[in-house]
Design a protein around this ligand. Structure first.
Ligand code: ADP
Ligand code: ZN
Length: 764
């Protein structure tokens, strides 16, 4: 009789591998890591199951090492990873890789040591002043160290003492030699948040409306709740109170997902200030070591709230009782490499295995969640009003087509007669900032209040175009125009790392005149600075936020009122809560509207509603000015009236023909490769294969469209074609995709690659 374990390995294969274990070994639980040989290498794998073979069918290699004391992956998480593999047609190995810190996947060192530090601890209290004076008479530096230790409650890392007092380690050692302190070792959590301020603790009691939501969620175990609460309705307090109730049980734990840690320092700060050192923050900018430390404190149960972006849904917690998904509509919850999971959907599956409640919060829910709630699969809870009687800001549209027209402005949605037409001006500033917006800015600053200006495009200009022949400078690796940046002056591709120094002449016809087209944040910053030199502008976009704390530092300056105007891309639209911001201006609402993507209108509405929600959060009220050329579009009209439901109903109707999610289930199958003709014919091959499968199996209700080139048909030198699978039958789609992933082999040439993206966030 032979004892075996089936092991999932981090390889892109849809199978497990079997290895022998010693007869005397205690039971090996699923989720335990093992080190095993694979094709002459050592790999870390995860045990899926243990079994015996009475008469071994063949020879099995033995497991080389068992680095875990307790399984790295809990049963509920394990089941969740299996679901990911099936639902997204991804291998279990890739799901595992997404769930474990990289440092736990190295076969050479499966248990990297913890960082340790020396700490000094007072062992003899000195109550008598006389004794103290006598002891330290000729040891002034020792006295300083001793007193600092006293001030720090009797213990502190040696390094802290040495750095703060600028003494040598010998001074500390001297105190130990005299028996006044002892020095010992302890594991340190490399926690980059330790030194950051955590923000004020909320001292509020929930309002009646908030309390209603808290009760409804807490009293329905295992429920999924969509919390549709307008901006400023106090969703964060609801989350905090739900967690407080759940965590009253000392063995319980919870997960909080936010779209991006760096963009939500205020939200994260509130969790830290209420729950203190029970919180581990999983920041995407953590080093591998910091990430491992955070994983370990959660795994050991030393901290029981994980706050983080999408991968925090895999936090190694036991007995998870609540999962909060803040801003559940955000596209950042979708991972765009294998496994292409959506953290919101994974959260719901994990919660089902844990028996936890889920709260999906948003002012602008995804249409997917909205339909689930409307049809009763989720509990729908609403917070239709701002806390404390605050009102949503008045939104005013400025139609920047030709002569300016102003719409709205008295109360949300109310239209006013267009003011007298202003003569058409060619002033470059005026082309960017309309008169009403300029006036509003001036008034806002004159009242010593602050403004937020949104333009969802970074760089200086979207592209450079030759005046003579119309040629546009494009990326040599991608089919996309290069964005023009100043300081430093560069043409940059936003899809690959390519950048070049712009030429003064046209690359095609040699003409001497090249024009900047399309507006970016750098240009707005400059035009604004020239026009209103006293204005203190902070720009926040990918180019100004490369450091780990760059976002937080800019936002701190806004909070300290050292900034009049916070100008930026979609980064500034979420989660910010500044009472002194009374004006929000949208420089160009149409930036994302014409993208060839079925979610373009939804994204635009969400962005406008979210950024509008930054205005008027304090007692001073606020207003929003939106510049657009598409004033009639429902995404703009519904943002004008803060009417999510009207938007959702209009948009859902638009998604019935041609059908798009959530009306149907969608998978985007992309074939990419280095040669255009090979990619085109390979994508035809995949399409034919699927169509034959549909026929042979008598599959009904699966629509295959394509193949066709992707909207961006070349990225990083790879050509891209795709086909879409649409159906109302989710389970059938799962089967077809798994079958495709496991059975279909692309020709092994020209770097051909098949990518299956189920429930895609974008089709670009
Ligand atoms: P949302 O996330 O829904 O946009 P927040 O949770 O940021 O809203 O809350 C908006 C503001 O209202 C915050 O400044 C918050 O401190 C305040 N607030 C929330 N709940 C209460 C309450 N019950 N009483 C007083 N102020 C509250
Ligand atoms: Zn490129």
């Amino acid at each position: 009789m032979l004892r075996l374990v089936d092991v999932a390995l981090p390889v892109p294969l849809f199978r497990t591998f079997s290895y022998a274990i010693p007869p005397e070994m205690p039971t090996v639980l699923p989720g335990t890591r093992v080190v095993v040989p694979l094709r002459g290498r050592r790999e870390v794998g995860i045990v899926v199951a243990e079994r015996v073979e009475a008469t071994p069918e063949r020879e099995y290699k033995p497991v080389l090492a068992f680095p875990d004391e307790s399984p790295a992956v809990t049963p509920a998480l394990f089941a969740t990873l299996e679901w990911i593999g099936t639902h997204y047609a991804a291998s279990f190995g890739s799901a595992l890789r997404a769930a474990l810190p990289v440092l736990l996947t190295s076969a050479a060192a499966p248990n990297p040591g913890e960082k340790r530090e020396r700490i000094a601890i007072i062992t003899r209290a000195l109550d008598s002043l006389m004794e103290r004076d006598a002891l330290f008479k000729r040891a002034k530096r020792q006295r300083d160290v001793y007193q600092l230790l006293e001030a720090l409650n009797g213990q502190a890392p040696v390094r802290t003492l040495v750095e703060q007092l600028k003494v040598s380690e010998g001074v500390v050692a001297g105190l130990a030699d005299r028996g006044l302190i002892r020095i010992s070792q302890r594991a340190v959590l490399r926690d980059p948040f330790a030194g950051r301020p955590s923000g004020p603790s909320p001292v509020h009691d929930p309002t009646v409306a908030q309390q209603g939501v808290i009760d409804a969620v807490s009293s329905t175990p295992g429920s999924v709740t969509l919390l549709h609460g307008v901006t400023g309705s106090g969703k964060t307090l609801v989350y905090l109170e739900i967690l407080r109730r759940v965590l009253a049980d000392p063995s319980a734990s919870a997960i909080v997902l936010v779209p991006e840690i760096a963009l939500t320092p205020q939200t994260v700060g509130r969790f830290r200030s209420v729950f203190g050192d029970q919180v581990a923050v999983l920041h995407s900018a953590l080093s591998d070591g910091e990430r491992l430390d955070a994983w370990r404190v959660l795994h050991r149960g030393e901290r029981r709230i994980a706050v983080g972006a999408r991968s925090a849904v895999f936090a190694p917690l036991r007995n998870v009782r609540a999962i909060i998904v803040d801003e559940e509509h955000e596209a950042t919850y979708k991972q765009n490499e294998s496994p292409r999971y959506h953290a919101r959907d994974v959260a719901i599956v994990r919660a089902r295995h844990e028996g936890a409640v889920v709260v999906l919060g948003s002012a602008t829910p995804s249409l997917e969640s909205w339909v689930h709630a409307r049809e009763g699969r989720y509990q729908l809870q609403s917070l239709p009003d701002r806390v404390g009687g605050g009102v949503l800001p008045v939104v005013q549209l400025v139609d920047v087509r030709g002569p300016r027209r102003v719409q709205g402005g008295e109360a949300p949605g109310e239209r006013v007669a267009a003011p007298p037409q202003t003569p058409r001006v060619l002033d470059p500033f005026r082309r960017v900032i309309s008169e009403p917006l300029e006036r509003a800015l001036e008034e806002c600053v004159a009242r010593e209040e602050q403004a937020i200006l949104l333009l969802n495009r970074r760089g200086y200009a979207s592209f450079l175009q030759c005046v003579a022949c119309g040629d546009v400078a494009a990326c040599p690796n991608c089919s996309i125009s290069l964005t023009y940046h100043r300081t430093p002056e560069r043409l940059t591709c936003h899809y690959c790392a390519h950048h070049e120094v712009p030429r003064t002449t046209c690359g095609r016809c040699g003409a001497e005149k090249v024009r900047e087209r399309g507006l970016g944040t750098q240009q707005v910053e400059r035009l604004l600075g020239d026009r209103m030199p006293k204005l203190r502008i902070a720009r926040m976009d990918l180019d100004t936020t490369t450091g780990k704390w760059a976002h937080a530092d800019i936002l701190d300056r806004v909070a300290r009122r050292e900034v009049d105007v916070l100008l930026g891309t979609q980064m500034i639209a979420k989660g910010l809560d500044f009472a002194n911001v009374t004006l929000v201006g949208v420089v160009d609402a149409d930036v994302g509207m014409n993208l060839p993507d079925f979610r373009a209108a939804e994204r635009t509405f969400q962005l406008l509603a979210q950024v509008a929600g930054r205005a008027g959060r304090g007692v001073k009220g606020g207003r929003v000015i939106v510049q657009t050329r598409m004033a009639e579009h429902h995404a703009i009209q519904c943002a004008l009236t803060h009417d999510f439901i009207a938007f959702a109903e209009h948009e859902l109707a638009d998604r019935t023909s041609p059908p798009y999610p959530p009306t149907i289930r969608l998978a985007n199958v992309v074939v990419s490769g280095l040669d255009e003709a090979e990619v085109a014919s390979a994508s035809q091959g995949v399409t034919d294969w699927i169509k034959r499968l549909v026929q042979a199996r008598g599959i009904e209700g699966l629509r295959v469209t394509g193949p066709a080139p992707c909207a961006i048909d070349r990225i990083k030198q790879r050509w891209r074609w795709h086909l879409l699978l649409k159906t109302g039958d989710a389970r059938m789609l799962t089967k077809v995709l798994l079958y495709l992933a496991q059975r279909y082999k692309l020709p092994d040439r020209a770097g051909l690659r098949l990518t299956i993206d189920r429930d895609p966030a974008t089709l670009l």
